[in-house]
Design a binder for this molecule. Sequence first.
Ligand SMILES: *Cc1c(COP(=O)(O)O)cnc(C)c1O
Length: 438
Amino acid sequence: MTTATAETVLALGGGSKAVTLDLGDILKWPIVTEEDESAVLGVLRAGAMSGTDITKQFEREFTQWQGTEYALGYCNGTESLRAAMWACGLGAGDELICPSMTYWASCTAALTMGAAVHFADVEKDTLCIDPNDIEHRIGPRTRAIVAVHYCGHPCDMDPIMKIARKHNLKVIEDVSHAHGALYKGRKVGSIGDIAGMSMMSGKAFAIGEAGMVATNDRKLYERCIAYGHYERTGLASVYNKADRQITDPELTKYAGLPLGGFKHRMNQTCSAMGRVQLKHYDERMKDIQDGMNRFWDLLDGVPGVKAHRPAKQTGSTMGGWYYARGLYRAEELGGLPAAKFCEAVRAEGVGMCHPGANAPLHLHPVFHTADIFNQGQPTMIAFGQRDVRQGKGTLPVAESVAQICIGVPWFKKDRPEIIRQYAEAYRKAAEHADELKG
Ligand SMILES: *Cc1c(COP(=O)(O)O)cnc(C)c1O
């Protein structure tokens, strides 16, 4: 047995830390420059925060970038997804299929429409909805499937679209984690029937509190307008029709009032920042991709940790790598629990290394007992739909989240020296896994 040198002793065991370099701005996001500042100031000085002219410009530019016919700005991502659900016809007594491991806004608005959420499990390697766990959940009242491109990883859209077409269901893409990600060369958000997405300040495309709907379907676009963008319906006949963006007589007859009772307009300070951010997004996203891919290439072959990214040469990418996760495989490290592994990595100087991701939604009481309409029964069953509530043990992968994924740094720049140190922290913990058991 050789004596360990200082470098090979875990920081947890008194050795020196793997991460010693100054981080600089490698984790800073979003990147805000004078260009954003003057765009926002312009809105403030014009007193046009509640207008729609700049938002419409942003939408036009966004359609070019996204590759869809239509884009519609929202006050946040949650509301964009609510509108997408309603546009797809979700109503009282219906069901929505959604992965259990996601942020709540991917599906929770369904309850407020009197619909139930039927959760599906996720795949262990993509952390996205498992296409093999969808079809058997479809019932007579199922209307739509939500495909969440989780942590930037594109969902396997081909089988999902095939199932949806076969059963006449709509596919709603939740792009909140994955702006700019590609699925087999196609941009996510342009593959399903409609997409909703967050653009809040923590996301990869970050412009404050904002969201966007994108679609190629004119009917869905008009339904989104009618639902929560009253000022774009042309208002009632006595008012101005110049702004009318809807043509369907079933919708124009309600012009002037929003069918959802919602007001979904984007604040134009966000739209102005959005126009600037969009110009630079692809370039900045490439820096993120270069940095993150470098990190994972350095860890290639290290037992216990595995990149959360599509295989190379598939045409699929991770977009802006929002909420970057690593896949953890305890069985390759003699069963070392993720929490213990992360503790060792944190000791090496990697503060963000914690186990887990979004907790499984199917176990949350909101999807079991919450009585949103004060009907004396849980909303999940109150509108006569079958009982699709799911208890512990039903979705094993989502329920194992705290064992199968761990936090990794979300690099915004490709700085080889710093990234090498971070990768070293994970490698060290993996190579010393035996010492961490006990
Ligand atoms: C952030 C997020 C949303 C909600 O967006 P907000 O802009 O915060 O309302 C929806 N879905 C997912 C997956 C998210 O991460």
